[in-house]
Design a protein. Structure first.
Length: 429
């Protein structure tokens, strides 16, 4: 790589525009740290005239990003469009085939096509970098790839979605319900105004867990469908009861190896109030890695937003400029093992159940009998009557029980005429 480096930025939304400004204003700093002079030769987005926070140089604007690869000599390309397929995939594919290094924050693309694209990068001896795809400003992927490279990692878990963490924190603080706090998150820019569902239903965190699994355990990217639950059904009532029991509710992404099998999941968890993860609040993310011989490593920081994301994109850029040509997932593609998935039905957890029931004699004994029939042992029962509505909330905390038993129990509870609403189930962590 010579000292003059040509760069293209594809996608000028909030993150792409912020990144472009960072590249323009930090040229001297980049040269000081790498000895390389960067030159932005091409930019592309849907709309040339859209009003943006930072001005763009319209003389280097291309409506069709694929034209850039044909017409310009580009050394490094940033893909900041964010789609899992379509133009995002085409741009990255074309760039790698033309021996152009690619940097992207696109978790949807990497979690779906990372195996194929990393193989392409390896074949063409260029980098495919995606530090910004997981936990924004936290350098978790580089930590696993480089800082913890000789450790045998057996478990990675954490808070991987700032939107969900903000909503749960705010619900606890304000005592307001989910829909009200979601509107607040949208106004603050923490949740998508039009369709926030990918953040809220666990999909976003699951894409990140798949990338973390692949890196931590030297595996191909898993395609297995495991637990993926979001926070849409969490009510303030659950947060309040959890607090009285000395717990908080957090949406966790968890991946671990159990007897050589991969167990990935994303779902709300009850965590102890005095635990580290129980005190990561607001839009913050945190990732905890268990490995040998290092023990437990903890990384915390902002997980989203243009500042945190651009910080990670710039760190990938400096890595390439310093000549750090490496495998996308830390080892050669041929050495990455196929995924053998753990049967989640055999996993066991202590559980929190909440039922809304008709307030009449015999209902509690009817419900506890169903627990006994499904061989689920009860640790604690709380009854909260609502005399006005002639109903009651029953909260049951169980001892550790097998997942398939809890699923069978829920099926039988749904059929019970005294249960008014779908039961709430939250796993203890």
């Amino acid at each position: 790589m010579n000292n003059k480096i040509n760069i293209a930025v594809i996608g000028l939304g909030q993150i792409g525009n912020y990144l472009l400004n960072e590249l323009n204003t930090k040229k001297k700093d980049i040269e000081l740290k790498t000895g390389k002079k960067i030159n932005i030769v091409a930019i592309s987005a849907k709309n040339k005239s859209k009003k943006r926070k930072f001005k763009i140089n319209k003389s280097i604007f291309f409506k069709n990003p694929l034209e850039i690869i044909k017409k310009k000599e580009v050394n490094i390309l940033f893909e900041v469009i964010g789609k899992s397929d379509g133009i995002s995939k085409k741009v990255v594919e074309n760039a790698l085939n033309n021996k152009i290094h690619v940097i992207t924050p696109n978790k949807a693309l990497i979690s779906k096509h990372g195996d194929y694209l990393s193989k392409l990068a390896e074949k063409n001896k260029v980098n495919l970098e995606f530090e910004a795809s997981v936990a924004g400003g936290i350098p978790i992927l580089r930590t696993i790839k480089e800082g913890l490279a000789t450790n045998k990692i057996n478990k990675v878990y954490g808070i991987l979605n700032g939107t969900c963490n903000y909503i749960l924190t705010e619900m606890e603080k304000t005592k307001e319900n989910f829909s009200i706090v979601l509107k607040k998150a949208q106004l603050l820019g923490y949740a998508e105004p039009a369709n926030p569902s990918l953040d809220l239903n666990g999909h976003d965190a699951f894409a990140k867990i798949r990338i973390l699994s692949s890196l931590a355990f030297n595996r191909k990217i898993s395609k297995h469908k495991s637990f993926m639950e979001g926070i849409e059904n969490i009510e303030y009532k659950d947060i309040d009861i959890a607090s009285q029991l000395n717990f908080r509710i957090k949406l966790l992404g968890i991946t671990e190896m159990i007897n050589g099998k991969l167990f990935e999941r994303v779902h709300p968890c009850l965590v102890q109030k005095d635990s580290y993860i129980g005190n990561v609040n607001g839009v913050m993310n945190a990732v905890i890695v268990h490995g040998k011989p290092v023990g437990e490593s903890v990384l915390q920081g902002e997980g989203a937003g243009p500042g945190a994301t651009s910080s990670a994109l710039m760190s990938d850029l400096l890595s390439i400029l310093r000549g750090n040509i490496k495998y996308s997932f830390g080892i050669p593609n041929s050495k990455r093992k196929k995924v053998v998935s753990y049967n989640e039905k055999n996993s066991s957890n202590s559980l929190y159940f909440r039922f809304e029931v008709k307030d009449k004699p015999g209902v509690l004994s009817e419900i506890t009998k169903l627990f006994a029939n499904n061989k689920i042992s009860i640790e604690r029962v709380i009854q909260i009557p609502d005399h006005k509505k002639k109903s009651a909330s029953i909260v049951i905390i169980t001892h550790k029980s097998l997942e398939y038993r809890s699923q069978n129990l829920i099926k039988s509870l749904k059929k019970n005429r005294n249960v008014i609403k779908k039961p709430v189930l939250i796993r203890l962590f």
